[in-house]
Write a protein that binds this ligand. Sequence first.
Ligand code: TMP
Length: 216
Amino acid sequence: MPSAMSHLGRRFITVEGIEGVGKSTNMAFIGAWLEERGQRVTVTREPGGTPGAEAIRRLVLDTGRDQIPDQSELLLMFAARAAHLQTLIVPALEAGDFVLCDRFTDASYAYQGYGRGLSLESIATLETLVQGDLRPQLTILLDGSFELSVARRAGRTETDRFEREQLAFFERVRSGYLAIAAEQPGRVKRVGAEQSLADVQRNIALVLTASYPEFS
Ligand code: TMP
């Protein structure tokens, strides 16, 4: 992807966090916040977002399959991402939309890197290969404990390959996300997910206003 693409990331927002911390609810809040300010918003998710990438999502999340080696899992995430970028994310950004994405490459660092133990350098190599220098301008990390995640997921009947993982895995993933936030404080903004929803959304609005002062 040519380097001229990098400016496109200005309208690219991602939301991250372990399962059950309120990503869906707060994605809707962010989308509405932008639309209220007259912005067009393309809302999408990873892995997935396009028919081809959603097929890869089913492959990688389905519990009924043979064990998927960790390296295959990582490559499938980036295979889906390459299709998603080319077919949906880059065209939407080029058209002037905001793109609001439920998870992106930070999830590959957190889950495949910190969670599964794959090398962060190899993930960085794939990131450059697939994205060139396109990065989100803003990443909101909803940070909550494994206990919160389990409590919030209690009503869900279906579980995928990741949701079957145990405490130690999610603690590694969570601390991976926190490490990324500490390394890239300009881009990644941590919002505590244990607060009331009203407080979470107040904090998200503050982050959005700071990142996009033209809409304040
Ligand atoms: P979710 O859409 O319900 O959050 O499920 C997606 C799952 O995929 C979630 O457990 C995190 C995982 N995932 C990775 O492991 N690596 C990635 O790069 C992405 C985008 C997701």
